[in-house]
Design a protein around this ligand. Sequence first.
Ligand code: BGC
Length: 447
Amino acid sequence: MTEQGFSPDFIWSVATSAFQIEGARREDGRARSIWDDFVERPGAVRDNTTADLGPDSYHRYLEDIALLKELGVDEYRFSLSWVRIQREAGGEINQRGLDYYGRVIDALLESGIRPVPTLYHWDLHSTWEARGGWLARESVEHFADYAAIVAGAFSDRVDAWYTVNEPASTSLQGYALGELAPGLQLLWGALPTIHHQLLAHGHATRILREHGAARVGCVHNHSLILPESESEEDATAAVFADAVVNRVFADPVILGRYPDSGGLDEMMPIHDGDMEVIATPVDVYGFNFYNPMTVRAASGDLPFDMVPTPGASHTGFGELWPIMPSALRDCLVDFRTRYGDALPPLLIAENGASFPEPDVVSAPIDDQNRIEYLAGHLRAIGEAIDRGVDVRGYTVWSLLDNFEWAEGYTQRFGIVHVEQESGTRTPKASFEWYRDVISAAKEANDR
Ligand code: BGC
């Protein structure tokens, strides 16, 4: 940070993901993913929506790119849908799927915006899930094959990539608890999915580099873990929660080993050489942050209970999604303290909030609550930078109101409002605010 604000090369970005914005689930040879299965399972999605409507970016991506240009972002984080690109994991290429992303990339470049695709934001083939999905070690080979396909197709135009989005969400919510696709409740049996996703990330990193990538990053979601009280039991629960939520994902990538808490390391299906691949150095560490997590000693089967954070207001998700920007600063500083010089440069790859907002609007939404959330977190990042944490950029989640997984369209994260049936886009006050933040930062640095 300079006295005027963020440094001239600080990266300003905004993010989306394929399944959440594209619609067009049956077009141009797209295969089925675990999310197609999930949304079609009665009662799995809160409002029973299926991601068919909404932003429809598969057809309206040029409108999105016009919005990005107006916003003034340096780059756009979006994801490639594996099931559009290969008919099966390890299978034939679907050229029409590749062509679609080629058009998106070209349009971004023509608008002066750096395309930063994420290889995997949860579109796993249904047919592969039926054969074990991320539980099966061969997933890694299939993912490497896919990484080579997209690197071959796009590395003439794309030089910055993210690999696997939030393995924690897939493993913990998808395979352990059943809240996200594939909706399994394997509890500790889900641990191999962590190892296989991390390994897939490591191989993809190497492959993208071999194709000349200048910047490759992982993406992990992290949280500051707060014990509810000073009791020894709550402190122990917090240490374990920190291991499960943060360290089991960060330690292997940064240090090349799993934390030993509760024997986690011994439960992983590690083969010779795996840890070296997982610890392949990244150029940036994509750091997603939404909220702190307060925990107390376990009352049931899970190793800790999550409880509301005392004194914090919350987003549309309710009490377990508290708003506490200082927690981002503290979490970043903790990472720096914990990993020291081994910590790669960080790039905030997602940060944002959902609030209840109407589906149909006649005027732009005046979302002062979202502005306050984003501004608070940006200040927290500035404070962390001042305390020596190397943060290279900031990404708002999300450009558009979109399909929020098991919550359907009930949670709106966009800085652009999207009407569910018509797909009509209306920038919110937070869009104007973010545009002004970016242009003010650039002007200050030009002076
Ligand atoms: C995911 C996004 C999601 C967001 C808000 C992250 O976990 O990467 O896909 O929409 O958080 O829940």
